[in-house]
Design a protein around this ligand. Structure first.
Ligand code: PMP
Length: 375
């Protein structure tokens, strides 16, 4: 044959997730921990590297890691599932609870992987946009789940990219109001310090997602986990890829989890630095800053794309441009970095905005707009 049969037509307008992998001097775009693993942990990893057993398949369920996570959360191993990053577990949830003829309730603007995975799994999406200020439209959500046809609800908590934490009282109302699987995505839990874990016993439809990618500096390895009712975990084992978390990642994640207390002071520093970013950005007249409970800060600034480009091209600082996303017009998101990185970002913002206001004053185009013309 000299031709290829077309793929699934319903994927035609699906835009692949774009991780915006661009060269820069300072990376504040992906909500990663700005520091690599502590030296002692790296030393231990190199000591253990010869005993990993690279020729052998991994334990499919990462049982040793599972047991550690279960114990720390006062649960049984059967309540924990480890995945190739939280991303894989979101996909597994939609394979098992979504699919053709089934419906996911999404609360945009939010983490875009929910909608992408829904599309890939043939799950219908019902969206209830967040209100101005990005709080959940609680009444609309409770009314909608009351119709009885929602199979999965996804709540990013705190919400990426807005940083908003949803009130616990509302999440409890939601869990009471529906038998849909409610995914509370706590990817940024270590920064918000709020969890729905105490409500698991009462609500078998609650699933909590966490990751090693943010606070625990392991974005490069891909390890995430979920906490759920044992029946949910059993169901997910039907659809998951059996060997998705490799032996090396399991070994490192175990080590990091055991040493997690060592990350505490760094997490507290990042939370303090988040306030530095919020305060710094609030000083700029044209900027609106949204409060955040995560390790990133969303802000709105006129001509956001031009500011984003100047940050990268004139100052070497990469942040995330959401200005073309629905509900996030003129919004940029900056990840909390090390103090000197945050200071560099704030200095760059000051230069860009003051050059712009001087240009406005003299009636000439702002420097930022040069890039709009492709220069
Ligand atoms: N949930 C949310 C809200 C996220 O922001 C991310 C990472 N961007 C994830 C889940 C997935 O993280 P990972 O796959 O790295 O564990």
């Amino acid at each position: 044959m000299d031709r290829l049969r077309p793929p699934r037509p319903d994927l035609e307008d699906l835009v692949p997730y774009d991780a915006k992998d661009i060269d820069a001097e300072v990376y504040l775009h992906a909500n990663e921990n700005p520091s690599d693993l502590p030296g002692e942990v790296l030393d231990k990893i190199s000591e253990r590297i010869r005993s990993v057993g690279f020729n052998r398949y991994p334990d499919p369920l990462a049982n040793d890691l599972r047991a550690l996570i279960a114990e720390a959360n006062g649960l049984e191993a059967g309540n924990v599932l480890v995945g190739n990053g939280g991303d894989e577990l979101i996909f597994d949830l939609l394979l098992a609870w979504g699919g053709p003829g089934r419906t996911m309730l999404d609360l945009p603007p939010t983490f875009t992987m929910y909608a992408i995975d829904a599309k890939v799994t043939g799950t219908q999406v019902v969206s209830i946009p967040r209100r101005a200020g990005f709080s959940v439209d609680e009444e609309a959500v409770l009314d909608r789940v009351g119709e009885g046809d929602i199979d999965v609800v996804v709540v990013s908590h705190p919400n990426n990219p807005t940083g908003t934490l949803t009130p616990e009282t509302f999440l409890i109302d939601l869990l009471r109001a529906t038998d849909a699987l409610v995914l509370v995505d706590e990817a940024y839990f270590e920064f918000s310090r709020h969890t729905m874990r105490p409500h698991m016993e009462r609500h078998p439809n609650l699933v909590i997602l966490r990751t090693f990618s943010k606070a625990f500096s392991l974005a490069g390895l891909r390890v995430g986990y979920l906490l759920a009712n044992a029946d949910v975990v059993r169901e997910l084992t039907k659809v998951r890829q059996p060997f998705s978390v490799d032996r090396f990642s399991q070994m490192v994640a175990r080590m990091v989890f055991r040493e997690r207390a060592a990350f505490e002071s760094q997490i507290s520093d990042l939370i303090r630095q988040r306030d530095v970013l919020v305060d710094g950005l609030s000083q700029f007249d044209p900027v609106t800053v949204f409060p955040s409970e995560a390790n990133f800060v969303l802000f709105r600034v006129p001509m956001a794309s031009a500011v984003w480009r100047d940050l990268l091209h004139e100052h070497g600082v990469l942040i995330r441009d959401f200005s073309r996303a629905e509900g996030l017009e003129d919004c940029l998101r900056v990840t909390v970095g090390l103090p000197e990185q945050n200071a560099r970002f704030l200095r760059a913002m000051e230069e860009i905005l003051s050059a712009r206001s001087a240009a406005d004053h003299f009636g000439v185009a702002a420097t930022a707009s040069r890039h709009d013309k492709g220069e």
